[in-house]
Design a protein around this ligand. Structure first.
Ligand code: S6P
Ligand code: ZN
Length: 190
């Protein structure tokens, strides 16, 4: 530990109904225009781009990017679909692959879709009071299949970082779409 670095305790209030923090260090909206190519139905995406809806929001505390520290944030995916495909996050690997993450779902319903670079896929249901453990090496994406906000509290190692490019290039192998009014997990085509 150097003289210039000494961690200080932090406390923050969380609104569990909206996912907002009372004093985020960083808060951002991810709009469709920033991720529309990830959806299966490009015609539906182009139509929706006319209003460019917010797909998800993130409220973050920025903490030291060090292995012994933790980052944490609230991840809030809005309800909605692009064509038949539910709103979802972009999804990412951690830049430091050997770092895991915990998602505690506090509201809404959906899935956590996960995939390794070797092509293994797993998907876990997210509901209030469900905790999903995303192990090291697994890319992860939240998908909101309900009619209200899907809100999770996320915690991961301080130095994890984010790698979006790898998953943008390769794409997740599975999609979650609505068929006959229900969420169905399908293989990605192409
Ligand atoms: C960070 C953690 C979440 C996501 C958030 C948005 O490691 O997994 O806070 O950042 O759910 O998803 P994405 O894929 O755009 O970062
Ligand atoms: Zn993550």
């Amino acid at each position: 530990m150097t003289d210039s670095y000494f961690p200080k305790p932090v406390d923050v209030k969380i609104n569990m109904t909206t996912g907002e923090l009372d004093s985020p260090d960083n808060a951002y909206d991810r709009k469709l225009s920033q991720m529309y190519t990830m959806y299966e139905d490009q015609e539906a995406a182009r139509e929706l781009l006319k209003t460019d809806p917010v797909i998800y929001k993130v409220y973050e505390k920025k903490l030291p990017e060090l292995p012994g520290e933790l980052q944490w944030c609230m991840s809030v995916t809005l309800p909605g679909k692009v064509g038949r495909e539910y709103y979802m996050t972009k999804g990412h690997y951690h830049a430091v692959r050997e770092t895991a993450e915990i998602y505690l779902c506090v509201a809404g319903e959906g899935y956590m879709l996960m995939e390794t670079e070797q092509g293994e896929v797993d998907i876990k249901k997210m509901r209030p009071n469900t905790c999903v453990y995303v192990p090291a090496y697994w890319a992860h994406r939240s998908i909101n299949t309900g009619g209200s906000l899907l809100i999770s509290f996320c915690v991961y190692p301080g130095h994890a970082g984010h790698d979006y490019g790898s998953m943008e290039t390769r794409g997740f192998q599975k999609r979650v779409v609505e068929i006959d009014g229900k969420p169905v997990i399908i293989d990605r085509e192409g």
